[in-house]
Design a protein around this ligand. Sequence first.
Ligand SMILES: *[C@@H]1O[C@H](CO)[C@@H](O)[C@H](O)[C@H]1NC(C)=O
Ligand SMILES: *[C@@H]1O[C@H](CO)[C@@H](O)[C@H](O)[C@H]1NC(C)=O
Ligand SMILES: *[C@@H]1O[C@H](CO)[C@@H](O)[C@H](O)[C@H]1NC(C)=O
Length: 647
Amino acid sequence: MRLAILLCTVAFSVYAQLEPKKYTTLPLGQIMPAGWLSDQLDIQTNGMAGHLHEFYNYVKDSDWIGGSSAYSSLEEAGSYWFNGIVPHAVLTNHAELKQRTLEFLTYVLDHQEDGGWLGPEAGNNRTRYLWGRYPFFFGAIQMAENDPSLTDRIVDALHKFVPLANKMVKAGEGLEIWTNTRWEDFVMTLQWLYDYHPNGNEELLLDTMKWMKWTGDPWEQIWQEEIFPTTEVDNIENPTGYVLTWHGVNMAEGLKALPATYRFTSNQTDLDLASSGWDLLFKYHGRPSGIYGADEYLAGREATRGSELCIVVEAMFSGNYLFQVIGETKFLDQVERIAYNALPGTLTGDMWARQYDQQQNQVAAKNMTPNPFYVNSAYSNVFGLEPYYPCCTVNHPQGWPKFIANSFLFNTAQTELVHAHLGPATVSTTMANGNAVKITVDTLYPFSDSISYSITADAPFKFTVRIPVWIQAPTVNGIGILPSDGLYSVDIEAGETSIELGLPAEIVTEERLHNAIAVHRGPLNYALDITFDRTIIKNNTNEPRASDYEFAATSDWSYAIDPSTLEYSYTEPDGGILPSPIFDEGKPLGIITVMACPIEWELAGDTFVKPPPESPECIGDFEKIALTPYGATKLRIGEFPVVSSRS
Ligand SMILES: *[C@@H]1O[C@H](CO)[C@@H](O)[C@H](O)[C@H]1NC(C)=O
Ligand SMILES: *[C@@H]1O[C@H](CO)[C@@H](O)[C@H](O)[C@H]1NC(C)=O
Ligand SMILES: *[C@@H]1O[C@H](CO)[C@@H](O)[C@H](O)[C@H]1NC(C)=O
């Protein structure tokens, strides 16, 4: 009895407050895109994402989704859209989109039930699941941070929702198998309230966090090396019994679960497993494009298995959070690879069409027979409005804006500013003790090897730059530097400071299955760009630009390459400005040339390609071919058979 009381006391004191994050985000809008990243967001405005509210069923009505579907997965559509368009609208300062997100927010808050429920089930008898709200909460938090005049309203609504959610989860209500995998997204919302607007409700917030975790899927079991799947899981039974944890998107979101847990358990094992779990995922399922293979469930390393677009943007968001809690820069390195390769590679250059599943070796984009994707339909590979399933249509717009919004971070004390994702941007913020700081980041990175910073500050502060793992000999103002754990800090004085960061990178090859290799330089993965004809296979009568397309190759792709001949070449852009859209055929500036010979390499059906031949033989003469950044290719070879051109 005594012992029990003692344990309770100890437990209470341990759990009494949240562990701080090592790094925190800046309020939305204090970091704005510049240069080519600004152009990329304009492309997104002019593409599908910026127009969905005008024509797309699931989001065009202001009453969340309009329809009366009781199917929980569709209830998520408006919520997903909101989560992505809020930061997009702010980062593009787009009046109409800002107005749409404000209307959406206002509608949802105006229709909150007296009992606290938020969402399309308020005021009716539709079945209630908790999860569909979580992306909406993320969007609302971003709006509160961007516009303090909205904060009270949002915070009050959340505090009204929490007691209801607490009751529901204790009664086993509002939960279903998808919600059970994604509890961490709600825990993060609860933690935001706890950190910034607890309003005296700390105990209820903590209690709800713990209930969400202990009723949800146990991610600590999933990331155990002994049971982690090392191949595609098509015919493997998940030994934990939590079958949806091997689902690609659940996993991308679930990467945040243990770091979120750590904040209230202070259990180092939670962080260790989150970090080693990340490594396992990329070791056994990782792609040269930065993302992992999961056409629907974990899909191993074969180059024709797919990676779903939703996992691309969710893994990016999770990687940011993992760094903020754990502090290891490997998470940011991976996020940058995903952002600069896998994200643009699965959308057309104009961002009007997207895939559900992208392939590292993709010699066509069409409805395939046979289907390489196991559970998904072969239609997942076409480019269009909503091939296979609508989720990525509404969820993908968060990718670029959140990447930018997470590109600078504070340390907990707000005495240090960290440049986490390298790319052109401007920052205008206030640090500890009212220190007003402005930074302009002028760069074409990753399409160049240098970054110029112009900094003005009222008072001294510590400025830290992430030096990616692929940079061998970084320099500051021409002098070599030694980063520590992927970070390099400079003491900035009051007044104006300029810094030139040099980020030279070497060509690196990566071993893949079947003796094949992938080619990288800096964060960019290089692939053979296959030219193609595009055919409309489904017209969209509401919005002709949102049609579905099949891409058929018009150039040769069956080559083996000689890695000893890889060579980088770079042409300065006209007027220092990149072509637009940068992630499109023939656009990026740096190319890698390599000696290659044609080989026999068969198709596996109509139409995807067999694995790279393990011992290829040349059937023609060597020629020099050019590899271009993966993100600019829509049909490609990204894993190459290897030959020697020296006899
Ligand atoms: C909800 O169901 C109850 C009980 O069946 C019914 O009395 C009520 O009218 C319904 N409410 C709505 C808004 O349909
Ligand atoms: C820490 O977490 C691990 C993994 O979930 C668990 O096995 C262990 O019991 C936890 N330790 C404490 C002190 O709760
Ligand atoms: C799409 O519309 C165009 C123009 O009306 C028409 O020529 C084409 O056959 C249509 N394609 C499909 C697949 O319906």
